[in-house]
Ligand binder design. Structure first.
Ligand SMILES: [Zn+2]
Length: 288
């Protein structure tokens, strides 16, 4: 199938009140697991390449590989740059044919985040590419597994500021900070649903929640009910794959061929993606 922009893909999610999963792939195996999960469920997915993982791959072969793989599959996929940190990395993804980019200016002063996001939006929209930005800041680490993080209320998204940000930047989707963190949680996460509803009532574009790993099925239902349409989910899937490898190594005392080991891990990863697609209520696109 041809790739689909984030804006186009989330249109039906907004209309029918479900969320589409944004799943990270830092290498070929997870990309395959995510695409296979989308093919199996017939549900759309957002295949995200995090900028922090680009040091692990050769971009000039990995990006064209992803695009060809998606085109040759039956799945509906938006190919997305996750946590782009600068204008140049967003332009690079757009150049290769990504259909959405995230520009993360969430740690910049407000006016600088507005200016950077606006600049990326202008370039992306000229190429038919959608843009996600972040306002407020979702803590934790996207790169390393830390001991565990707790959300800091000082970085939660302010509803009035969110409305102003969307108006000034023309962005297509907004990641909000409402109590989630990246990576592993320390303690039980507490989501500020009142704040989320207040943002939803002032902003008319799809809202995004990062840091989905570690939340309960009920948490997902609640945030979707309050207006989240894209959920980023990676740490728990990575954990599932790593655990599968550990178990196989233990049960065979390391006497296993690498392809067998990796196949088991990726099958578990695919099953974990399928499960989240079901929990998020993602439906096949109409006419599919
Ligand atoms: Zn994130």
């Amino acid at each position: 199938m041809p790739l689909i922009s984030l804006k186009e893909l989330l249109k039906e999610a907004v209309e029918n009140r479900y969320a589409v999963g944004g799943f990270d792939a830092g290498e070929h195996g997870f990309a395959e697991a995510i695409i296979q999960a989308a093919e199996e469920t017939k549900a759309p997915v957002i295949l995200m390449v995090p900028e922090v993982f680009l040091k692990l791959v050769a971009v000039d072969s990995f990006f064209p590989y992803l695009i060809n793989r998606i085109r040759s599959s039956s799945a509906h996929v938006d190919l997305h740059l996750d946590h782009g940190t600068c204008y140049e990395s967003c332009l690079q993804a757009i150049h290769y044919g990504f259909t959405s980019v995230m520009i993360d200016g969430s740690l910049l002063p407000y006016e600088e985040n507005v200016a950077l996001t606006k600049k990326v939006v202008e370039a992306a929209h000229a190429a038919g590419v959608s843009v996600e930005a972040e306002l407020g800041h979702v803590g934790g680490s996207e790169e390393t597994i830390m001991e565990g993080s707790v959300a800091d209320e000082r970085f939660f998204t302010e509803p009035e500021e969110a409305a102003d940000f969307v108006k000034k930047t023309g962005v297509d989707a907004l990641a909000v900070s409402i109590g989630t963190v990246h990576g592993v949680y320390r303690g039980t996460p507490k989501l500020d649903l009142e704040r989320l509803s207040a943002i939803r009532s002032r902003v008319d574009i799809p809202l995004v929640m990062h840091g989905g790993s570690g939340l309960t099925d009920q948490d997902f239902k609640n945030v979707i009910q309050c207006g989240i349409n894209k959920i980023n989910y990676f740490t728990a899937i990575s954990h599932t794959a790593v655990e599968a490898i550990k178990e196989k190594l233990q049960s065979t005392e390391g006497k296993v061929f690498y392809p067998d080991l990796i196949t088991i891990a990726l099958r578990k990863a695919k099953e974990a993606v399928v499960k989240q697609i079901e929990i998020f209520g993602t439906r096949p696109r109409s006419g599919f």
